[in-house]
Design a protein around this ligand. Sequence first.
Ligand code: NAI
Length: 378
Amino acid sequence: MNKGKIKLGLIGGGPNSFIGPVHRIAAYMGERYDLVGGVFDIDYEQSKAFAEKLELDASRAYKDLDDFISGELSRPADERIEAVSILTPNFLHYPMAKRLVGEGFHVICEKPITMTAAEAVELAELVEQKGVVFSLTHTYTGYPMVRQMKAMIAAGALGKIHKMDAQYYQGWINPFIHEKDKRAGVWRLDPAKSGQSCCFGDIGVHAFNLLEYTTGLTINKVLADINTLYEDNPLDVDGTALVRTTDGVRGIVRASQIATGEENNIVVTVYGDKAGLRWEQENPTYLKFMEEGKPAQILKPGNPYLSEFSLESTKIAPGHPEGLFDAMGNIYSGTAQAIRKESYRDGAFPTVQDGVRGMNFIEAVLESSKNGQVWVSI
Ligand code: NAI
């Protein structure tokens, strides 16, 4: 049985990638992983140069996934890469995850998990069959104050939940979307690479996940209105979805990539009959607790009044801000506990089932909007 540091491989996440550095740094934060090799870039020369820069064994900078799998499986079991992070554009998540899980590797995968809900279901079955750990990096679930929100709601601090609202607003597509030539350079706007949805697949799914993660409720109905802005742009860049849970709680998921001037403006708010809680990712160390009839309180990480789950997710003394890297670090640490068969908390990392939920949500949003804004069951 393997023990000690987990040997990690990366697919994608190379020199010019956006999310690669977040994963690499996060993996080292809990001192549970060693980056050993991978296919770091679509360009083999870039991949090799990157491995050299990181001072990795050159024989473990692979040309492609086939090369990676045969190279690693030919090594003695105790030297092999055990877990692989898939950090490529969306269309490669499913084929790569399927092969890696099939060969018995643990997988840490970027969202959206697949291109279709059917693929996600198939992958979930394979994960179950192979008994590997599958972690889906809905990064925001790793923030200490999001975990605090989850713990407080589970403990009944809000009373009976009766309203929820999650927003993810960005504006970065605004300058690209208005000119056809510029649009062509954005893989997120290309259905072949991005999938059925741009905005909801990329960020709306994070907002949806935050509502289910913090409340523990299951959303089973959606009524959505999405906007592609131009007829010749096939994918959504903005939209709103009304949601309902299995026990009738109403809510809203708002997502946009054309909210001009916005950066990563995520806000999740949950209201109950006794109190409300609001968390904003651009001020991630503040959790606003609004009790009926009392002045609002600001809860902050690392303080003894917080839940154990939140405290375990904080790495430094109160008042020193932690952010996105730390949140991803917490997801990597939770995943490591599962890989090493240690006990871990519910919510320590999003799973393949969260991936299935996310894909069901994305498809329900698209179906609802296409059919004239009607309620669709998830
Ligand atoms: P990017 O375009 O910046 O980087 C993609 C990387 O994949 C590049 O290094 C590229 O060379 C590599 N790549 C492409 N094809 C490959 C192949 N066949 N083999 C090996 N490497 C290959 O993309 P970005 O923004 O880093 O997004 C990657 C994924 O991460 C997407 O699925 C995206 O949805 C997700 N993401 C998640 C975030 C989160 O908060 N969890 C934030 C940003 C992105």
